[in-house]
Design a protein around this ligand. Structure first.
Ligand code: TXA
Ligand code: MG
Length: 335
């Protein structure tokens, strides 16, 4: 496939060009270790407005501000509580987003009127891009609102064909960052860093996984587990809609029965399940939960022919919690 003229492999030259665009108030889609982001100068309201317009994003859904260093962090927040300082020391740069008191420099458009701002320091070329731009970069995932997050430059082009895209290959984690609020420290969105990883930092906080398990199925059907909708505005919107209806099966036998009765449905399969189905209807997810996490958004975008997507629940531990959150939100039906 020939590369679209607006897609540029990451190299020192394309990074400089992208940084100049950000400084001019234009949009740049760029790879991060989690998913691709659609970036704009976070301190420029008109630039940020372009992000909302390009994505069709509801104005009530605030955007993560990406920084390249702690000095830039101090430009966007009023203060950093000690519990956040510990997390920063341990996990930045990396796939962890912190909800902190916002500074008056940050336009309220970025935070959807909240007095907090979500901040993250990404790794690698994303961090280098922000450093070169010299401004904090507001960036949601680079998909049209309501679609699965993009994990390749090709996914970005599917949703936003005209945007300038830096191509850094497939995203390393494939799931968005974990979002943590204070105080007490608590997870608002499960992501690439697991609740188990964060264990000691959350000890005095709220274990969202345990809360979610107690509230059971009814809640899962109406809204995602493990998130507190009042605090995490993104979760009230329909999300991750796949290319066609998706049915999430909690157990194996109903999946097999349904798949047999519906031979035109595709099956999103972890490696161990694939041998049970004809190869032509299998969308492979990989063997380990890390691979499943990396492949799940691409699978939701599959272009194979098939009437529906069928997927089996994964165990709700480690990365499985974040994967299940995405699948539950993508699902048309959970059985
Ligand atoms: O990995 C990621 O986090 C990617 C990459 C590009 O960094 N970004 C991403 O952004 O996933 P987005 O917009 O798709 O998701 C941001 C989430 C939303 O659920 C949003 O509601 C929440 O963070 N959020 C942003 N600001 C917030 C705030 N001040 N308080 C609570 N939640 C906030
Ligand atoms: Mg998103």
């Amino acid at each position: 496939m020939s590369r679209a003229s607006n897609v540029h492999p990451v190299n020192p030259r394309s990074l400089r060009a992208a940084a100049a665009r950000l400084r001019r108030g234009e949009l740049v889609a760029f790879p991060t270790e989690t998913v691709y982001g659609l970036g704009a100068n976070a301190l420029n309201v008109r630039a940020v407005a372009k992000v909302f317009a390009a994505k069709g994003r509801p104005a009530g859904n605030p955007i993560i501000v990406h920084v390249s260093d702690r000095k830039m962090l101090r430009r966007v927040v009023r203060n950093v509580p000690p519990s956040a300082t510990k997390l920063i020391a341990r996990y930045w740069p990396g796939p962890l987003t912190l909800i902190l008191p916002k500074n008056s420099l940050v336009p309220s458009l970025v935070t959807a009127g909240l007095d907090t701002v979500a901040v993250r320091m990404p790794e690698g070329s994303a961090r280098e891009l922000i450093r070169l731009a010299g401004v904090p970069v507001a960036a949601p995932s680079a998909n049209r609102s309501g679609r699965p997050s993009p994990t390749t430059a090709g996914h970005v082009v599917q949703d936003l064909p005209r945007v300038f895209v830096l191509d850094g290959g497939p995203a390393a984690h494939g799931l968005e960052s974990t979002v943590v609020a204070f105080d007490p420290p608590r997870i608002l969105r499960h992501g690439a860093i697991t609740e188990e990883d964060l264990g000691e930092f959350l000890r005095k906080g709220i274990r969202t996984g345990a809360r979610a398990r107690r509230t059971g199925k009814r809640r899962a059907a109406s809204r995602p587990r493990g998130e507190r909708p009042a605090e995490s505005p993104g979760t009230k919107y329909r999300h991750y809609a796949p290319s066609r209806p998706l049915i999430l099966f909690r157990r194996k036998s109903p999946l097999f029965a349904y798949a047999e009765a519906h031979p035109d449905a595709l099956v999103l399969c972890p490696g161990w399940l694939a041998p049970f189905f004809a190869a032509s209807r299998v969308v492979p997810l990989g063997d380990s939960i890390e691979e499943v996490a990396r492949n799940v958004f691409a699978a939701l975008r599959t272009r194979l022919r098939g009437t529906e997507l069928l997927v089996l629940a994964v165990p709700r531990r480690g990365l499985g919690r974040a994967v299940m959150d995405r699948l539950e939100r993508a699902a048309t039906r959970i059985v």
